[in-house]
Design a protein around this ligand. Structure first.
Ligand SMILES: NC(=O)c1ccc[n+]([C@@H]2O[C@H](COP(=O)([O-])OP(=O)(O)OC[C@H]3O[C@@H](n4cnc5c(N)ncnc54)[C@H](O)[C@@H]3O)[C@@H](O)[C@H]2O)c1
Length: 353
């Protein structure tokens, strides 16, 4: 088993990665939790595929799991569903010394993590991510949140899990669109931090290659995220580098009313900004071409759809990451190296026009 230890000022936990690990969830949880009651939050799709496996494994180690099965999709990351979770926890008489498991994609992870952070002023939770995006990104680093009518992730906290259990084999059942969304974020890690990893990804030509490499890919991405989060847990500085391609991506997601996957929007955002910054002389010539080749290898579209740039600029300025009138834009120096450029609001046309 590959294991990564995340060492933060306030907490320390392991990310365990191994093919088939879902069968051993009970054994892994026993290492960190001596009690019996566990609330397992999941969605209908994930429950059908993996719910029984996890339930059986927990029971084998004398746990008493109480399943809460939600509707799949972003709409479940809401205040209403949060209330529903609290109702279930209370009915199950879950106490502060019990445990919660988030079994699913980023929606389940973010929502359940926020419920765990707030229920009885905080109860331990474990992330068992089942989408590629959740395995390499959202399950690590403790950002938990729910959406409001007014926007995404407007209510949230930093609340670290006690453990992250990753079974790369779970990715085999993921719909193609979701797989590509995860790959976009994999490519993002390579672009900002690891040229060697970028070249490694370039060698993947078939789906078979991809699935054979998944354990290594997930491990590499988790390791990059761990290193960044250890330096800047609360996203005040270097953690912002993880937002490469995300400025335009957030605007596109909003424009398309979230009918475009986050990963697809990130692919377009990474390509768009690299094209611009190469033109402007910030980025080494040829980087855009390298990025295009890699995205094409995975059949990921990177072309900017027909959108009104005026509207995009307005979204960009509203984005919550714009601090004190300046936009923190993540720019590639070259493939494998990124930096954060503070751009005054009046100069954003330079990048988004
Ligand atoms: N906390 C963070 O740091 C962070 C980072 C990035 C994204 N996010 C959040 O993550 C969310 C998106 O997460 P997501 O992309 O995982 O979406 P998701 O949780 O909606 O999952 C996508 C779909 O895949 C299904 N699914 C999950 N696992 C499956 C499997 N193994 N096989 C088949 N189907 C499966 C789900 O039921 C769902 O229909 C957004 O809300 C976003 O804001 C959070």
């Amino acid at each position: 088993m590959k294991s990564i230890s995340v060492n933060l000022k306030s907490s320390k936990y392991d990310i365990d990665i191994e093919n088939g690990l879902l069968d051993d969830v009970g054994f892994e949880i026993r290492k960190i939790y001596k009690g019996t009651k566990i609330a397992v939050v999941t969605d209908e799709n994930v429950y059908k595929l993996y719910g029984k496996t996890v339930e059986k494994s927990l029971e084998k180690y004398s746990f008493k799991p109480h399943l809460v099965i939600l509707k799949p999709g972003e709409d479940s990351k809401s205040i209403d569903t949060l209330q529903n979770l609290y109702d279930n926890f209370l009915e199950f008489r879950l106490s502060r010394t019990d445990l919660i498991i988030a079994l699913g994609g980023g929606v389940i992870g973010d929502l359940t993590g926020f419920a765990a952070a707030t229920y009885l002023r905080g109860i331990d939770y474990v992330q068992i991510p089942t989408t590629l995006l959740a395995q390499i990104d959202s399950s690590i680093g403790g950002k938990v949140a729910v959406n409001l009518r007014q926007g995404k992730n407007l209510i949230g906290s930093f609340y670290q899990p006690k453990k992250v259990i990753i079974d790369p084999l779970a990715i085999k059942t993921l719909p193609d669109e979701q797989l590509k969304a995860g790959i976009s974020e994999v490519i993002k890690y390579a672009c900002i931090k690891d040229e060697q990893f970028f070249n490694y990804l370039m060698e993947i030509k078939t789906k078979k290659d991809l699935f054979n490499s998944l354990e290594h890919i997930i491990y590499t991405c988790c390791n990059i995220k761990k290193e960044i989060v250890e330096i800047d847990e609360k996203d005040n500085d270097i953690r912002m580098i993880l937002n490469f391609g995300h400025t335009l991506a957030h605007a596109l997601e909003k424009h398309f009313d979230y009918k475009i996957t986050h990963g697809q929007a990130v692919a377009i955002g990474m390509h768009y900004i690299t094209n611009k910054t190469e033109e402007l002389g910030y980025t080494k010539q040829g980087s855009k071409y390298e990025l295009e080749k890699l995205l094409e290898n995975f059949n990921i579209n990177y072309n900017l759809p027909n959108v009104d740039m005026e509207e995009i600029r307005e979204y960009v300025l509203l984005d919550k990451k714009n601090m004190s009138g300046n936009l923190n834009l993540v720019i590639l120096r070259k493939i494998g190296e990124a930096f954060i450029q503070s751009v005054p609001a009046e100069r954003i046309n330079l990048f988004f026009s």
